[in-house]
Design a protein around this ligand. Structure first.
Ligand code: MG
Length: 401
């Protein structure tokens, strides 16, 4: 197995599609498994183009739609890959013998068990799914230490930090600084955020991403989850992980060393850069991206995040401080609340209210077993659902007055 034999978990999402473009550009990357959710149409096209040995999708219904699509595209059933489904299917894609690198790019908690199994199997992980580390960083880091699996962050900030830290000693790091674009509401008042529409929240100024992460960027929860992610990837406590708002998204993150020197990684805002870095590390290879043109950007600005307008960031630090299962509970609550917002069931600020209530009420247990983490996840989901319902009832009552 070589690290250029890849399995992609979440192949039809934004990171998955970009990974396939990177694979095509590099030329010597062999796609051995493609795992997607429900988008049978796109998965079928990807299968025809990349001929993986294994394909996985959400459920039996999706499997039959996939087979129909493949036939419609002219593939004969003898050429079909092995097709599997459910979490079992994802695990199979993540652990297959031929695979050297697993690109973990599913959305949310669904990727957690398959990614953990891939780490245990010693695969290189190109990690784009931050939720998995937020839920169970302790377990994943311990598993990686046990199997020797490398975890290479694809999240642009952590990928930047990984680059800044090449050749540095962690004992010489004073703090790390994650940059945040500030999202679409950076310059908006509290009242404007209170009344934000779904369309406004989905309109991210610098990055083109999936719906869940775009909403997380609008509420700054994305940065909060990234603080927790950085804690596990780089072994620093929350008080040594800072966040600074940098609307141009040119500096992808920074490391401050004990002598005050600050090392920043800059580049164009395109996830293909981080994906290629993770696939080819420790080599650097040319890519097809345009060079960074600083003169045309002309200015780089920085400001502190406003925790009053964006309370989710402070909530994430509180969850990290509480430790144990608290980040898993926060992640679950946030997934439920974001889904409810996307479905038009709650307002945007309600996401942070629900997350805050949930984290403050959560009594953390140690997160040293899969069972405890999954139990905390389940419990937080049902509590968050109840909070969504309660807030709808309250809103309806207010509207009647
Ligand atoms: Mg990021």
């Amino acid at each position: 197995m070589t690290s250029r034999n890849i399995s992609i978990l979440g192949s039809t999402g934004s990171i998955g599609c970009n990974t396939l473009k990177v694979a095509k550009h590099l030329g010597d990357v062999n796609v051995v498994a493609l795992a997607a959710g429900n988008n049978a149409e796109l998965l079928a096209k990807q299968i025809v183009e990349y001929s993986p040995k294994l394909a996985a999708c959400a459920d039996e219904d999706c499997v039959s739609r996939l087979e129909t699509e493949l036939e419609r595209l002219g593939a004969s059933s003898a050429d079909f890959p092995e097709i599997v489904c459910g979490e079992e299917g994802l695990v199979k894609a993540a652990t297959m013998e031929e695979c050297g690198t697993v690109v973990s790019a599913t959305v949310g908690a669904i990727g957690f068990v398959p990614t953990l199994r891939a780490i245990e199997a010693g695969k290189r992980i190109a990690l784009a799914n931050k939720e998995t580390l937020v839920m169970a960083g302790e377990l994943m880091i311990a598993a990686a230490a046990g199997s020797g699996a490398e975890i290479l962050p694809v999240d642009s900030e952590h990928n930047a930090l990984h680059q800044c830290l090449r050749g540095e000693k962690m004992s010489e790091v004073r703090r790390i600084v994650l940059t945040a674009s500030g999202g679409p509401f950076r310059t908006k008042t509290k009242e404007q955020i209170e009344n934000a529409t779904l369309e406004e929240a989905l309109d991210h100024p610098t990055w083109d991403m999936g719906d869940k992460i775009t909403i997380d960027s609008a509420t700054l929860m994305n940065k909060g989850l990234e603080v927790i992610e950085a804690h596990w990837l780089f072994g620093l406590d929350g008080d040594r992980i800072d966040v600074i708002v940098h609307p141009q998204s040119v500096v992808h993150s920074m490391v401050e060393l004990v002598d005050g020197s600050v090392i920043a990684q800059m580049g164009v805002t395109d996830m293909k850069h981080a994906i290629q870095y993770a696939l080819t590390y420790p080599e650097r290879l040319p890519n097809a991206l345009p060079p960074l043109d600083l003169a045309s950007i002309s200015e780089l600005t920085f400001e502190d995040p406003d925790l009053d307008r964006f309370p989710n960031l402070a909530i994430a630090y509180r969850a990290l401080e509480k430790g144990g299962t608290a980040p898993a509970a926060l992640n679950a609550s946030n997934e439920v609340a974001v889904r409810a917002f996307l479905d038009g069931r709650i307002s945007l600020p309600e996401i942070a209210r629900i997350n805050g209530k949930l984290v403050d009420a959560h009594e953390p247990e140690s997160a040293d077993s899969l069972e405890k983490v999954l139990a905390a996840d389940r419990e937080a989901r049902s509590l968050a659902e109840a909070l969504v319902e309660a807030s709808r009832t309250t809103a309806a009552a207010i509207n009647r007055v």
